[in-house]
Design a protein around this ligand. Structure first.
Ligand code: DCP
Ligand code: MG
Length: 366
């Protein structure tokens, strides 16, 4: 049996009300008032984000601007300047890379860093997180919140726990008390559908989920049951995977016209899965992680990925995984400009310390 891997140190950094914060930084007249970054209130556009003053009126990302205006008539609306946000994002990412190459960007304003080993030889991830926050502020004048934990999903939840300008550290021996009270929706991979299904079974919080045996969850959710069971016990060995590695076997395409429906997207993904699976095979490689990348018409990019306990065996498996991941995006409701699939994680699964054998279909995603 392989020895258990050392406890990892992961920092999740998320900028506070990102687009709105950039606009308030550059235009002092916007400060202290409810503000939405998005299209005009009379158009059909949606709010990309809202500052905290506007959130007090219940305004949220993704809400139509018309609805935002109804909730707060004196709210200010500012169009987004993606080029500017991209430049700020690059500044922030340059700071991350001074600490480690293991940086996984999730969006312009959010990234995971694995600092188990880092260029500063600093053993305290807490100290590093504090320093990174300070450096982001010095370079950009913007605040970020950070979460520190031994797994990606706990670090992510932690970064959200003390927003804005927060730092939340969850030590390995405190993980369970931290996650038990949370609604299951906070777990990666649990969307509205799974949430409703869990609620029918009387499972609302992580504590409820923790009480259910693995066999119970596997019976109802298949492979995904294992993932749920692991999360409910604070287990997630999804590695922080830099873009570079994820994109080495990938294909993506910007469509001639934005795609509104899921059908044509799935058609494209099927073809794309075939292509990337073949490319990988030609190199004699096998992969365990499928990443789906979606860029919406407003240039907002999301990625969703899933890591399997065994190597992906066919293009069809890749396609099915991508199709499931697509369900966890807003494709179909929001026009899509680009879609792509990447394969990564070429190492065999680590043996688990607790059951002595590598599980066949352990699966993780986010
Ligand atoms: N965004 C978007 N559409 C969404 C969600 C987000 O265009 N449905 C954009 C605008 C946000 C940025 O992505 O500023 C980051 O998203 P977050 O969810 O991190 O939200 P914020 O950074 O705005 O706020 P928070 O302080 O809660 O992180
Ligand atoms: Mg943010």
């Amino acid at each position: 049996m392989a020895p258990a891997a050392p406890v990892r140190k992961i920092i999740h950094v998320d900028m506070d009300m990102f687009y709105a914060a950039v606009e308030m930084r550059d235009r002092p007249e916007l400060r202290g008032r409810p503000l939405v970054v998005g299209g005009r209130p009379d158009s059909r556009s949606v709010a990309a984000t809202a500052n905290y003053e506007a959130r007090r009126y219940g305004i949220r990302s993704g809400m139509s601007c018309a609805e935002a205006k109804r909730r707060c008539p004196h709210c200010l609306f500012v169009p987004p300047d993606f080029e500017k946000y991209r430049r700020v994002s690059e500044q922030v990412h340059a700071i991350f890379r001074e600490y480690t190459d293991l940086v996984e960007s999730v969006s312009l304003d959010e990234a995971y860093l694995d600092v188990t080993r880092n260029r500063r030889n600093e053993p305290s991830a807490t100290r590093l997180a504090r320093e990174i926050k300070r450096r982001i502020f010095a370079a950009t004048g913007l605040t970020a919140s950070a979460g520190v934990a031994s797994t990606m999903f706990v670090a992510k939840i932690a970064s959200d726990a003390r927003k804005p300008d927060g730092l939340c550290v969850v030590r390995p021996d405190r993980v369970m008390e931290f996650i038990r009270p949370l609604p299951v929706m906070r777990l990666p991979g649990v969307g509205k559908v799974t949430d409703a299904e869990l609620a029918r079974l009387g499972i609302r919080t992580v504590a409820d989920l923790e009480k259910r045996p693995l066999s119970f969850l596997e019976e109802r959710f298949g492979k995904f049951g294992r993932w749920l069971h692991d999360l409910a016990h604070g287990i997630d060995d999804t590695p922080v995977t830099p873009w570079r590695e994820r994109l080495s076997y990938g294909a993506e395409e910007t469509f001639a016209r934005d795609v509104a429906k899921k059908g044509p997207l799935l058609e494209y993904l099927r073809e794309c899965a075939g292509r990337v699976f073949a490319d990988l095979g030609e190199e004699g490689k096998r992969a365990r992680t499928v990443t789906l990348k979606i860029k919406y018409a407003d240039f907002c990019v999301v990625t969703r990925r899933r890591t399997f306990g065994a190597f992906l065996a066919s293009a069809d498996e890749v396609f099915r995984a991508a199709g499931e991941l697509l369900e966890r995006t807003e494709a179909g409701q929001r026009p899509v400009r680009l879609a792509g699939i990447a394969l990564s994680n070429f190492e065999p699964p680590r043996a688990r310390a607790d059951d002595g054998q590598p599980p066949l279909f352990r699966l993780s995603d986010r």
